[in-house]
Design a binder for this molecule. Structure first.
Ligand SMILES: [Zn+2]
Length: 423
């Protein structure tokens, strides 16, 4: 750091500490996501963006002249966490229609997506797969206070095999289009892990099987070997990174679980053996069981190719049935919407589908709070309203345990102690 910048940073730190602002948020109700209990008349005391104390509205607050924000007749709950988003994706530009724009167009338009996620109540997201390191740029711009958005755990580019789901699959050979994170064999893939981390990735995303929105891949098709997947997990662990495997097909899911991935994304065609393995290994499933309605109703108009729409139709219902089976068998679940496949602002619509397919409202909320925080490796920072945690919380005007659809229309969003929506 140059000395002038260093001095400036030092003086900013000092003045921030000297002016430690305390804000008190009160409401009629607050959901304790650990116990499932509804707490009446809570007060959340925030100092410097962190939760300093959680108490009753009638208890005295220090300092006595602290600013109070009375939210009134609402239910507070922790800020939501979506474990699978693509902030630089936009479903409106499906299939080949995206090629009309320059590469950075997608980074720029994603600034609005970051804000949309935050206003939908998602105060943290894991961005698993972006082009041009867009997710790292959003994180930096949000941290600098230049744009609004959630806390981001970025992956950079998704790793994958040559010609696999995470390669460039839409162009003929003369274009020589290739994702910069494609690798074949353990050594190449280890290097790709290091490259992503070098440029800011905090989680490693891998395409272990084919997928819906690529060309010439099949969701059921395993695309990386156990040896390759194990090398990726081993390398990520060396650097202290968690891992996410995109895997639709049963063989790819089981191989990724055996390799030690933290989360399996999609898990659409998982079989009984895969469910048992996930439960035994403590592997999280993040199943995007909401976006098919959007894809089927809007995809054609957006330019999505019929072959991609067909793949979505073939697996959507099976995935929902397998969500129920995996949850009932005791697999740990996180909230993963794959927003970007559908508009980011509607991601909260997935809660209702999770309840339709076997979860209680409390279990669905836990998937997007305490479970997600654990799978992020940030269970001591986000996902709960607790002393020392980031002051990230939301409020809805009804009771989400009685009507989970309250989470489709979040009334109040507070991130880092700052009211970003509501009132
Ligand atoms: Zn995705």
């Amino acid at each position: 750091m140059n000395p002038i910048k260093g001095l400036l940073a030092l003086s900013l730190t000092i003045s921030a500490t000297a002016n430690a602002e305390t804000i008190v948020y009160t409401a009629d109700r607050m959901l304790d996501v650990d116990s499932g209990r509804m707490i009446e008349n809570p007060a959340i005391i925030v100092t410097d963006g962190k939760i300093a104390r959680v108490t009753d509205q009638n208890d005295p607050v220090e300092p006595a002249d602290a600013k109070t924000v009375a939210l009134g007749d609402v239910t507070i709950l922790p800020g939501l966490i979506d474990m699978h988003v693509h902030l630089d994706a936009n479903p409106i530009y499906g299939g080949y229609s995206g090629l009309q724009f320059t590469d950075q167009f997608f980074t720029v338009q994603g600034v609005a997506n970051a804000r949309a996620m935050l206003e939908a109540g998602f105060t943290s997201v894991r961005n698993i797969g972006s082009d041009n390191y867009s997710d790292i740029a959003y994180k930096q711009a949000i941290d600098e206070g230049l744009i609004a958005g959630p806390r981001i755990t970025p992956a950079g580019y998704s790793l994958g095999a040559t010609g696999g789901h995470c390669d460039q699959t839409f162009l003929p050979p003369s274009f020589q289009a290739k994702s910069p994170a494609v690798g074949d064999g353990p050594a190449e893939l280890r290097k790709k892990v290091r490259e992503q981390r070098k440029y800011g990735a905090e989680v490693i995303k891998v395409c272990a099987t084919g997928g819906v929105f690529s060309r010439n891949t099949e969701p059921g098709q395993q695309q990386l070997s156990l040896e390759e997947l194990s090398a990726i997990v081993d390398e990520a662990k060396l650097w202290g990174l968690k891992t996410a495997a995109h895997a639709h097909g049963a063989a790819g899911i089981k191989t990724a679980i055996r390799a030690g991935f933290t989360t399996i994304e999609h898990a659409s065609l998982v079989d009984k053996e895969g469910i048992d393995l996930a439960r035994k290994n403590g592997t999280y499933f993040g199943m995007d069981i909401f976006n098919t309605e959007y894809t089927q109703s809007e995809g054609k108009k957006n330019g999505v190719l019929e072959e991609n729409l067909l793949k979505d139709r073939q697996i959507a219902q099976l995935q929902r049935d397998n969500f129920r089976a995996a949850h009932q068998a005791g697999v740990k679940m996180v909230f993963s919407s794959d927003a970007g496949v559908m508009p980011h602002g509607i991601a909260g619509g997935q809660f209702k589908i999770m309840v339709d397919y076997g979860m209680t409202p409390l279990q669905a909320i836990r998937a997007a709070t305490i479970n997600a925080a654990d799978a992020l490796g940030k269970a001591d920072q986000v996902g709960r309203i607790k002393i020392g945690y980031h002051a990230d919380f939301i409020a809805v005007d009804g009771n989400p345990l009685a009507n989970i659809r309250e989470l489709e229309d979040v009334d109040v969003v507070v991130k880092g102690g700052t009211l970003v929506k509501g009132q």
